[in-house]
Design a protein around this ligand. Structure first.
Ligand code: SP5
Ligand code: ZN
Length: 340
């Protein structure tokens, strides 16, 4: 019975909205996603495990303490300032070119502070956002514990997702990078190299940036081509590839055949590792509202098989996936393929 780590606290982030092209639109990264996954896992006979509280050392090994402190206090400070928006949303952005490369000042205005740490307007902070994101880190670290203690595979039902968060910046519906925290922790516990294979529909830009220049974490990402107009827009290209980073951007409309060929390439890249983290987004599925990839449930099962054949200790961390009717079954298919 495959263990999955679950925390009710991951439901506490409840963004009613996101701001996209200046417009308030309904949020897509909602608590019902996690509930749908849990229901499917329980239906498939997986074993629920409660998270164990971990101190901040693993979190601060990958994130700037200033980012963590901002996220922890942002909602409280925002609410106390009596601002018109019921969620923390940036309006100015501290770009390095703005300050001639110097460190920007910490703004006196509470409403300007999100611009030190946010890189988009879609990723809002409300009451419970910090608690959920921090719980997701504990969920991922508990899955690491299970694998270090001998489970071949453990699934971390993390929400909100994390792979778009860099060392110091949050965005893409993500606040803390649980995938990166798990990978860095595995390096310390089982030794490097550790591989991250990211099969979310979007480039795992945060994970790439966090491990940039390190040889003990191999990062591979299979995603829709940002050059064709897809988030995260500014990066995720093959030109960023080196000995420890592999981007495999795919054309709009790519289905099982092309996607699985890229997953096989990512698996081959990960083969030298001593442990594996799968950043599992199921938004590459046909019908997902946030991506144009056309992967089937059978495709996700086969991706699981391909990664399972590496026979590495494996932590699976939940990332994206926004079609509430299929997200649970797609996660179950992937885990069924992985199980050995
Ligand atoms: C973890 C993850 O899958 N993050 C995805 C972030 C990409 N979001 C891009 C959103 C582009 C605009 N979508 C319009 C939806 C309006 N509610
Ligand atoms: Zn995604």
């Amino acid at each position: 019975m495959l263990p999955f780590v679950w925390s009710d606290d991951c439901l506490r982030h409840q963004p009613a909205a996101e701001v996209w092209v200046g417009t308030r639109t309904p949020a897509s990264e909602v608590p019902a996603r996690a509930l749908a996954i849990r229901e499917a896992l329980l239906g498939a006979g997986a074993r629920e495990v409660a998270p164990v509280a971990h101190d901040d050392s693993a979190l601060l090994a990958v994130h700037d303490p200033a980012l963590a402190e901002f996220l922890r206090t942002a909602w409280e400070d925002w609410a106390a300032a009596g601002l018109p928006s019921d969620q923390v949303v940036p309006y100015v952005f501290a770009r390095s070119q703005l300050t001639g490369g110097r460190e920007p000042a910490v703004p006196a205005a509470v409403w300007a502070r999100p611009g030190l740490f946010a890189y988009d307007t879609m990723t809002l902070i409300g009451p419970g956002t910090w608690e959920a994101a921090r719980a997701a880190v504990d969920v991922a670290l508990t899955a690491v514990d299970l694998v270090v203690e001998g489970e071949p595979i453990a699934y971390a039902c993390c929400r909100p997702p994390g792979h778009h968060v860099t060392r110091s910046l949050y965005g893409g519906s993500c606040y803390l990078n649980s995938t990166a925290v798990a990978a860095a922790e595995l390096v310390g516990r089982v030794g490097g190299p550790v591989a991250v294979v990211d099969i979310d529909a979007h480039h795992g830009n945060g994970t790439q940036e966090i491990f940039l220049g390190r040889r003990d974490v191999l990062t591979a990402s299979v995603h829709v081509d940002p050059g064709a107009g897809w988030f995260p827009h500014f990066l995720g290209f093959a030109v960023e590839n080196d000995e420890a980073n592999l981007n495999l951007p795919l054309a709009h409309g790519t289905g099982d055949e092309g996607w699985l060929a890229a997953v096989r390439e990512a698996a081959a890249f990960a083969a030298p590792a001593r442990a594996l983290v799968v950043a599992l987004g199921v938004d590459a599925a046909a019908g997902d509202p946030e991506s144009p990839l056309e992967v089937t449930a059978a495709g996700y099962r086969e991706a699981g098989r391909i990664l399972g054949k590496l026979e590495l200790p494996t932590v699976v961390v939940q990332e994206g996936g926004y079609d509430l009717a299929t997200i649970g079954p797609l996660v179950v298919e992937t885990l069924a393929g992985l199980a050995r």
